[in-house]
Design a protein around this ligand. Structure first.
Ligand code: PLP
Length: 482
């Protein structure tokens, strides 16, 4: 890796481009997860130039680099404005922080809620089962207990009364989603926030995914329920700028209704011989690059730009949903109400994991979701503006892929493998066993052509075993090269 004499700049870039060739396409509207592409000419170049301007600026100290403080404050102001806060609104005192992503925003929302109550020795949070896994990560990192309220299989939403009933004296936070990542449905925020407020508990709305689209979809006439600071009882909201604000990766915003709610989010430390550390977020040294790139993106697209992108996305969602409705053997998990299309198979329909592979073979990269509790396995499509020009091609390819999946039939796991996944306890899983399994599945070689076998195997395993298997599989991939 470190050559004695170093490698010429052009050659290094050529190496990176060659590596990138194996990646799924970040642009072009055929990848329905991980990436958010507005397909606006020149935007990538602008964001990259802005990133370059501020890449070496350090967010550790806002007094040393006022440029970063100014851009962060502007991003927080913009996010608050989109989400019903700011002068003249129901939340005039809203404040916030720029974080590295949705997960960090959620960890910090939980931390602030926990640390606001040092007298509660065993704090808990209440979330719907559809809440993003980052809440579980936050609970795990922060040693906060997680009370999960199941969502109804019919509506994919939690019952507000059940959320209210789950609140205990030790509860420091109640959370809900607008919308949920998996299915794209908006939780009953007003009822949940009212129950939290009645109990004197904070309520976080996770709008990481949809915070930047729902308000624009509403302006376009969609029946979006109230979910932001206009709702009494909502104390904090997260929104990822690296999702539908179309900024490059590494920027989310966590908003609090007022500064007192945010105060316990900070970490300050003066009890060492170095500089006094005051961090609003988890990272200490932080690059200004992503912040400047997000700033440039928001400034350049503007309100009209976001409205036009939301309109294009809405039309793409409608077209994709129509394509799903038009194929026998599939059904939508929910009528789309945001920018997700999520479907499952009907009785006698195709095997979804085989279908996902057939779609991949046709250049469409969708996201399989394993069965969970009483929810069936499903296929998730995150839809962005770049998908719009591709929609007409999707329908025929979907029908074709379904036909191919039907004739291929479901994956038949070798009986001994199936027995293993259903009987094995996570603790009994040795690295050797997993290595053998991975080799048998062709996973040790890195990229896998047909993921259906892996997904079928994981789908057969209970969640705790899925977790252990994936940790071991990914651990096998993440090995140094020499
Ligand atoms: C993406 C997402 C997160 C996590 O965000 P990251 O940026 O991936 O850390 C949290 N909640 C929801 C609803 C999301 O869609």
């Amino acid at each position: 890796m470190i050559d004695k004499s170093g490698v010429a700049a052009e050659a290094v870039l050529a190496e990176i481009r060659a590596l990138r060739a194996a990646d799924w396409p970040t642009h072009g509207g055929r990848l329905f997860a991980y990436v958010y592409d507005p397909a606006v000419p020149g935007l990538d170049e602008l964001a990259a130039a802005a990133h370059r301007e501020s890449a070496h600026v350090n967010g550790l100290d806002p007094t040393a680099f006022p440029s970063l403080l100014a851009m962060e404050n502007a991003l927080v102001g913009a996010a608050a404005t989109v989400l019903g806060g700011g002068p003249g609104t129901a939340a005039p005192d809203v404040v916030g922080s720029v974080t590295s992503g949705g997960t960090e925003s959620l960890i910090l929302a939980v931390k602030a809620a926990r640390d606001a109550h040092p007298e509660i020795t065993e704090p808990r949070i209440v979330v719907p089962s559809s809440a993003h896994a980052a809440f579980a990560k936050a609970a795990h990192y922060l040693r906060v207990a997680l009370d999960v309220v199941p969502v109804s299989p019919a509506t994919l939403r939690p019952d507000p009364a059940a959320m209210a009933a789950a609140i205990r004296p030790e509860t420091v936070l109640v959370a809900c989603s607008a919308p949920s990542y998996a299915h794209g449905v908006v939780d009953p925020v007003a009822e949940i926030a009212a129950a939290a407020a009645a109990a004197g508990v904070r309520c976080h709305v996770d709008a990481c995914f949809g915070g930047w689209t729902l308000p624009y979809l509403r302006r376009l006439g969609a029946p979006v329920p109230a979910f932001d600071f206009a709702v009494p009882g909502v104390t904090s909201i997260s929104v990822d700028l690296h999702k539908y604000a179309y900024a490059p990766k590494g920027v989310s915003v966590l908003l609090h209704r007022d500064a007192a709610l945010r105060a316990p989010q900070y970490f300050a430390y003066a009890d060492w011989p170095g500089y006094t550390m005051i961090n609003p977020v988890i990272a200490s040294t932080r690059s200004g690059g992503p912040i400047a790139a997000a700033y440039a993106t928001l400034r350049h697209l503007g309100d009209d730009g976001y409205l036009a992108l939301a309109e294009r996305t809405r039309d793409a969602v409608a077209g994709l949903a129509d394509a799903v409705r038009g194929v026998d053997g599939l059904r939508l998990m929910a009528e789309p109400e945001s920018t997700v299309v999520c479907f499952t198979a009907t009785e006698g329909g195709p095997d979804l994991f085989v279908l996902v592979d057939e779609l991949t073979a046709r250049g469409w990269h969708t996201q399989p979701q394993l069965s969970y509790a009483d929810l069936p396995a499903s296929v998730h499509l995150t839809v962005t503006a770049a998908v719009a020009p591709r929609v007409a091609e999707f329908g025929p390819d979907l029908a074709d892929a379904v036909a191919a999946a039907r004739s291929a039939g479901p994956v038949a796991l070798p009986p001994e493998l199936l027995a293993l996944t259903t009987s094995l306890t996570p603790g009994a899983l040795t690295p050797e066993l997993v290595a053998g399994l991975a080799a048998g599945l062709g996973l040790d070689a890195g990229a896998v052509d047909r993921m259906a076998v892996v997904n079928t195997l994981l789908n057969a395993a209970p969640p705790a075993l899925r977790e252990r298997l994936l940790v071991e599989f990914v651990g096998l991939l993440q090995r140094p090269t020499w």
